[in-house]
Design a protein around this ligand. Sequence first.
Ligand code: HSE
Length: 433
Amino acid sequence: MNRINIGIIGLGTIGAGVVKLIHKNSQVILQKSGIKLNIKKAADIDKRKKEELMLSNTVFTTNANDVISDPEIDIIVELIGGTTKANEFIINGIKAGKHIVTANKALLSQTGNKIFNTAYKYNKFIGFEASVAGGVPILKSIRESLLPNRITKIYGILNGTTNFILTKMEKDNLEFKDALLLAQKLGFAEANPEYDIKGTDSAHKLQILASFAFNTDVKFKDIYFEGIDKITLDDLKYIHSLGYKVKLLSIAKLDLRHKIYECRVHPTMIHTSNPLSTVSQEYNAILIDGDAVGEQIYYGKGAGAFPTASAVVSDIIDIAKKILNNNEKIFDRSFQISDDLTMKKFGDISSRYYLRFKTCDKPGVLAKISGILGKNNISLSSVLQKETGQNIVPIVMLTHISKESDIQRAIKIIDKLDIIKSKTNIIRIEDNM
Ligand code: HSE
């Protein structure tokens, strides 16, 4: 039996899940890997965690440095989240000779290169499967199973909270706020729920996925992202009647011929015939296109204590195996990033669009709106106006493929018209996935 000592920093939802999973399945882990995982130290500022997780006095500490300075710990598991302290603990941990496992997507998407480079310099491993899509083994698939492929497309439902909210709004006619409260209660929303609903969390995850899929240095600051907070129940009803569903989609596409790629996150209409449209509740799904394997879809729970703990523990075991194999020299992406790709400006992307205007019901309104769209190279594929018996009416238009900058310019002009009663809602449509 091989014993590996681990130290955990952060015993929140995921940290507690990791402790429980190791205790619950230690026998299974031992049988499958020959490795006995020993939680040597576990740190949290909340003293109640000691009782809650039945940790002994020698294991539990309120000081993260006790974990970092313990000479017998081989692997540090960072699960406090955030980007300041977590960064400090990871860098200090590497320098103290520890391998690292983390679920910290915000940190990796912003300073991943520095962390990977430091780890490479000190010949340490970083496990980060849990940072994207919780229990779904997507990074491992991209980095190992799909390694010989040129990946050219990623469509991901990467945020469980927003997918849960959209599902509840659709199925139970819940208002956005009530659905968010429910998601928070279930423990998969971010500490700051703005990260979920504004699309930040999905963009963090897309940065990590696209960097490894395209093997390039995707800059988080260049990713366009938008959340689901402007979508109304009315929009969802119109969209259903048109045969579509809305998902908060993280999209990355690589145009190899022109060496240009796009990365964006926004609510997206996908046709109900597309399998991603059926992904509901807190589930995540990722569609990937590799030149050798073709299209594949990965599906599973992308948030929550146990699904995420499963990815964390799997990373621990992977690293433990490498330690026991005498720390073979690490060859990581940070060592050889191809830098001949550039990111397309968001204004240059092309898409079909759903536009929902709120206008007065009077002669000439439709002509005025469609005239401005036409002048800006935007061609309509359908127009929908239902009788409401009121003076203010919604008009929904779907466009043919148009350029984002043309749409932005046209809507800016339209939204200034006195017939327009509130900001026009724009939702992008992906038909050719
Ligand atoms: N808030 C995230 C989500 C947690 O809802 O997907 C998992 O990263």
